[in-house]
Design a protein around this ligand. Structure first.
Ligand SMILES: NC(=O)c1ccc[n+]([C@@H]2O[C@H](COP(=O)([O-])OP(=O)(O)OC[C@H]3O[C@@H](n4cnc5c(N)ncnc54)[C@H](OP(=O)(O)O)[C@@H]3O)[C@@H](O)[C@H]2O)c1
Length: 303
């Protein structure tokens, strides 16, 4: 496999910072990634199942490949951003002969198991494989708000990084290709937990005829204020220390949480987003941990 010591992505005649890079998949995210690469001055080849989606990028200077295999052949660095791993397999499997010597950077959402399986499959066909998780939405790609997680061979990451940095901050997590999707999914679960809580909150205030827009600044302020506790919670979880310096014990929280369910019922709002935490609180208190901190609930999540 080609590594950094073998010359990276520079081609004869290219400007110092200009690299050839191909992008497979021009949905909302793939288009934003290709846009960012063009803006960074790279030589970008694009392919998409629905070819018409390439046109706006061609206008900006990208080259449209007729087939996915042609796109792979056009660059040593190949960024893949499709709907799911099934679509990645469908796109790459028919022409595995073109993969040798390439670095595949798969930014498609998937599981750690899928990433490890695809890394093995890519290696079997002579390609380096980096898996990635994009912690951004398309409009924030290439802004300071965006960061992307990567895992896989460190040499391949080091070589690709100058190009990948066009998307936002690049965070390398380690050689195991499953690490990026693991952290990606963990962060997305955190996001959905927050959004789930916010949706329940909006439904509650709307039940009283209040404006969600007027309430939103309070939601944002409170979520941001409580978010600063993430590090303290993490320190307790790493140390397994849930009983020292507790200021909001679980027994108190379980008593208050019962009111959340009653208030939702009174308001005619579904309790389905908030019930699971109530169950955990009740179980942990019943198990004799009522004096402990919120972080203690993590013990119930380990199978
Ligand atoms: N958008 C976001 O906010 C966001 C944020 C972080 C990560 N992501 C991840 O980025 C990836 C792409 O998301 P997106 O927003 O670009 O999705 P999208 O707009 O729905 O685009 C999906 C892409 O996958 C292609 N595709 C789907 N099935 C295919 C198949 N069987 N064969 C070939 N191509 C196929 C589509 O091609 P056609 O155009 O031909 O349909 C299109 O290029 C996903 O894994 C997503 O989880 C997205």
């Amino acid at each position: 496999m080609r590594g950094p010591q073998q010359g990276g992505y520079q081609r004869k005649g290219e400007a110092m910072n200009e690299k050839a890079v191909s992008v497979l998949g021009l949905g909302d995210m793939g288009t934003a990634l290709a846009d960012a690469l063009l803006a960074a001055g790279h030589r970008v080849t694009v392919w998409n199942r629905t070819a018409a989606k390439a046109e706006p990028l061609v206008v900006k200077g990208a080259t449209r490949a007729d087939t996915a295999a042609d796109a792979v052949l056009a660059s040593q660095l190949v960024v893949v951003c499709l709907l799911d791993y099934d679509s990645v397999s469908q796109v790459l499997a028919p022409r595995t002969d073109v993969l040798a010597g390439r670095t595949l950077v798969n930014l498609t959402n998937g599981t750690p198991g899928q990433a490890r399986e695809m890394a093995t499959w890519a290696a079997d066909h002579g390609a380096d494989y980096l898996d990635g998780g994009i912690m951004a939405v398309p409009p924030t790609i290439a802004t300071p708000a965006a960061f992307v997680l990567y895992s896989g061979p460190s040499g391949a990451f080091d070589t690709a990084r100058p190009v990948l940095d066009a998307f936002g901050g690049s965070h390398y997590l380690g050689e195991d290709p499953g690490l990026a999707p693991l952290h990606d999914i963990a962060l997305l679960c955190g996001m959905y937990g927050m959004f789930g809580g916010a949706l329940h909150a909006f439904a509650l205030v709307r039940s009283a005829g209040r404006s969600a827009a007027e309430f939103a600044p309070m939601v944002r302020r409170y979520v941001e204020t409580m978010g600063v506790h993430a590090e303290a919670m993490a320190a307790r979880i790493d140390a397994g220390d849930y009983a020292n310096d507790v200021t909001s014990n679980l027994a108190m929280q379980a008593a208050a949480y019962g009111n959340f369910l009653v208030a939702a019922e009174e308001a005619g709002v579904s309790t389905e987003l908030i019930t699971p935490v109530h169950s955990l609180l009740q179980r942990r208190v019943a198990d004799g941990h009522g004096h402990e901190d919120t972080a203690s609930l993590v013990e119930l999540l380990r199978n």
